[in-house]
Design a protein around this ligand. Structure first.
Ligand code: ASP
Ligand code: MG
Length: 406
């Protein structure tokens, strides 16, 4: 008999109707003779709604009280799922994070899991029960309720799978898995049967978030496989695993794109130590993340510096950059929202030269101008004109023959 840890996200438990649907899926696991530990998120937008309620009380949010409130969302869905299972004749019990033994540190709103005391869960499993656990929450050493950061039920599920030495960990969600590109843009995008942890983390940082990145990191640390699959049908999903478990290393695994980009350029800034520090420290102090940076070749002791940030941060960044441009006596400044980022990701590119050249060629063939480039060991990203993004994604998908992957 196998032990399965199955997590269902907010969209899968958004209504009692939807809860009834997933109950059938859980009953199937039981009928196949497997033990099930089920982790749930809060129903639909409950967490967002609770945050709005908390904000309505005033400006200052007390993190401890916020966690006390947010944790109720997952308790609702856990209890409703256990009730539905019982109505279906399956013996089930719901547990809060602390009843399930999920111990965390005391960092309210983004606590880290220290460990899981599994006795209670094992006791209930031994009595033949399906154990339904409220995700996203734990208990601090002081005995206070904590939450694990947005999307944290994924981390709850992975931590439980590790502690219980489960045979499989499945994340049920509203997408069927991880695709070679956004299927809304590329008609023949393929669902990947496997993807490595490293690739998944790169894809998540590029906006393709199918699982909380912390949960992927945790799975990578303990080398457990996690399957992401749809809660609406029984198609196999995508298994997130170690590169060593992949049949063959793919050079390029996926093309991602991100429209949440804005670009700045500062002209003729002095070429001396401390200039970049002044600019980027000011942005950091305002909580603005910088993505790509380019500093052009020097002429007459002056440089040009260009960089990108998230488009959502543009309004906040503008006054900061204007002020600094003046302070460092730049001759001018421009900014624009007419940019987007397209990236190719693949664990195999470390050992295969020529991926960058092939990428630039595909873009050149479409007459797309590359404004900025950045790379990691397994990713190459280009900033291009926003209006070209769909053409670029399709061209790269074709160039690397991603429609033949599986
Ligand atoms: N309900 C929490 C959130 O919306 C946790 C989760 O969904 O995993 O962030
Ligand atoms: Mg959620």
């Amino acid at each position: 008999m196998a032990l399965i840890v199955a997590k269902f996200g907010g969209s899968s438990v958004a209504s009692v109707e939807k809860i009834k649907n997933i109950t059938l899926r859980i009953r199937d696991m039981r009928d196949q003779g497997d033990d099930a530990v089920v982790v749930v998120s809060a129903m639909g937008d409950t967490t967002d709604d609770l945050i709005k309620l908390a904000r309505a009380t005033g400006n200052e949010l007390c993190c401890r009280e916020l966690d006390m409130l947010l944790a109720t969302g997952e308790q609702q869905s856990a209890a409703l799922l256990a009730l539905t299972l019982k109505n279906l004749g399956c013996d089930a019990i719901s547990l809060t994070g602390w009843q399930a033994g999920i111990r965390s540190d005391s960092t309210y709103n983004k606590a880290r899991i220290n460990g899981v005391d599994t006795e209670r869960i094992k006791k209930e499993l031994n009595q033949g029960k399906i154990v339904v656990i409220a995700g996203f929450q734990g208990i601090s050493p002081e005995g206070d309720i904590t939450t694990l950061g947005r999307g944290g039920s994924d981390t709850s599920a992975v931590a439980l799978a590790i502690s219980l030495k489960a045979d499989s960990c499945m994340i049920f969600t509203d997408v069927e898995g991880v695709y070679t590109a956004d299927p809304r843009i590329v008609k023949d995008a393929r669902k990947l049967s496997k993807i490595s942890y490293e690739e998944m983390l790169e894809m998540a940082s590029l906006g393709a978030v199918v699982m909380q990145p912390r949960a992927v990191e945790l799975a990578m640390l303990y080398r457990i496989d996690v399957e992401v699959r749809s809660s609406f049908n029984s198609n196999p999903g995508t298994i997130i695993t170690g590169v060593e478990n992949m049949e063959k290393q793919r050079v390029v695994t996926g093309v991602t794109h991100d429209l949440n980009c804005a670009k700045f350029a500062l002209f003729d800034v002095p070429d001396r130590p401390g200039i970049a520090k002044t600019l980027f420290k000011a942005l950091a102090e305002h909580g603005i993340n910088v993505d790509m940076v380019i500093q052009s070749a020097m002429r007459d002791n002056r440089n040009d510096i260009a960089f990108t940030i998230m488009r959502d941060d543009l309004d906040r960044a503008l006054p900061v950059v204007r002020e600094i441009a003046e302070k460092i006596s730049a001759s001018g400044m421009t900014y624009g929202e007419d940019v987007a980022k397209v990236s190719v990701v693949g664990a195999g590119m470390q050992s295969n030269p020529g991926v960058a050249a092939a990428m630039f060629e595909a873009l050149a063939d479409e007459n797309i101008n590359i404004q900025m480039i950045s790379t990691s060991e397994i990713r190459i990203s280009c900033i291009i004109d926003r209006s070209c993004i769909e053409t670029a994604v399709r061209a790269l998908h074709r160039k690397f023959a991603l429609d033949t992957l599986d």
